[in-house]
Design a protein around this ligand. Structure first.
Ligand code: SF4
Ligand code: MG
Length: 332
């Protein structure tokens, strides 16, 4: 399998200015040294509470905010080395879909105008073929071509998200980043849009990076799942291992919040207390130690590496370093 996207040691620090001179006095460490790959044709999800850095990661990959440090290799090329103009061209290959399509669809443009504009910017379809292309695109996402001269407010939330997907598809992307793409929709509509995304993936050989706060949502669509906490990756695994054998207390806590989840016979539910600490001065050692029911001395001083659990399953918890722990409430 070929890695389409390779994120290496990515950091996104936002400066905090202060004092009369307006100097940078500190940083919000929104994403703090994360690495992962996304292979061609797969769906990788990034999951975590709000403020964990998952959306920031998506935006940094696309350079919607310039990353602070690291590498973003896409199709063998480091995107962070491209000029602004080159990056603009590259956006044909990397698209993003946001949570609220209404905010990203111009209310004064009809659907056909919105899609036409996307086709025009990338200049890939001759002008006289555009209307037919737009009709085909809308059909692909389940919207009748007869609706193309309507305005965004005339559609439901689910339909608007379909229009957002059509716009992303219009430039033939290789990778689509879905940032909370179904979070604003009703559960039944969520399932329809997720199914559509799956169908489109098969049809057009798309690769997805799916960002969500909800493990329940990503369950059906993901091949692999990355769990983030306070700017760090804490666990990374294929979907089956993550759901059946979670190896990080934070992941177990997220799973515990989904009532129907069977955590396996040996794991107890973990109910998270307190808020996520500030990413300006994150806790020393393991960033999760202030909320972790298993924290011990080492956790407060030493940052855990992403230890190998089994195969490609990794967990950043000292307790799994030697496989000495089964999360049943005590050492194995
Ligand atoms: Fe909890 Fe320590 Fe593991 Fe961090 S390293 S998750 S504090 S047990
Ligand atoms: Mg977000």
């Amino acid at each position: 399998k070929k890695a389409l996207l390779e994120v290496k040691n990515l950091k996104q620090y936002f400066p905090i200015k202060g004092g009369i001179l307006g100097r940078t006095v500190n940083y919000v460490k929104a994403v703090d040294d994360i690495s992962f790959s996304v292979y061609e044709g797969e769906t990788v999800s990034i999951v975590g509470e709000s403020g964990c850095g998952k959306s920031t990661t998506g935006r940094a990959i696309l350079r919607l905010d310039e990353p602070f440090a690291g590498e973003v290799n896409f199709d063998g090329e480091n995107l962070l080395g491209l000029s602004k103009g080159e990056m603009r061209k590259k956006r044909q290959d990397l698209q993003i879909i946001f949570q609220d399509p209404y905010a990203s669809l111009n209310p004064r443009q009809t659907v056909s105008q919105i899609l036409e504009e996307a086709l025009e910017i990338q200049n890939i379809v001759p002008a006289k073929e555009r209307r037919q292309t737009i009709a085909d695109l809308l059909h692909t996402v389940g919207i009748g071509a007869h609706q193309m001269d309507r305005y965004p407010h005339e559609f439901s939330g689910g339909q608007r998200q379909r229009i957002g997907i059509a716009r992303a598809l219009s430039v033939n992307p290789k990778l689509i980043i879905c940032d909370e793409a179904v979070s604003a929709l009703d559960v039944s509509i969520q399932a329809q849009v997720l199914n559509l995304l799956k169908d489109l993936q098969r049809k057009f050989q798309l690769t997805y990076l799916f960002i969500s706060h909800d493990l329940g949502v990503v369950r059906h669509i993901s091949d692999r799942i990355i769990v983030m906490y306070l700017g760090k990756i804490v666990e990374i695994a294929d979907k089956k291992s993550l759901f059946e054998k979670p190896q990080h207390p934070y992941t177990i806590a997220l799973l515990s919040a989904i009532p129907s989840t069977n955590l396996g016979q040996k794991r107890e539910r973990i109910i998270l207390k307190g808020d996520v600490p500030s990413p300006i001065d994150p806790p020393q050692g393991c960033r999760f130690h202030t909320r972790c029911p298993f924290a011990f001395d080492r956790c407060r001083v030493e940052e855990p590496k992403l230890y190998e659990v089994e195969g490609t399953h990794r967990s950043a918890c000292h307790l799994v370093e030697n496989g000495e722990y089964d999360f049943t409430g005590g050492r194995a």
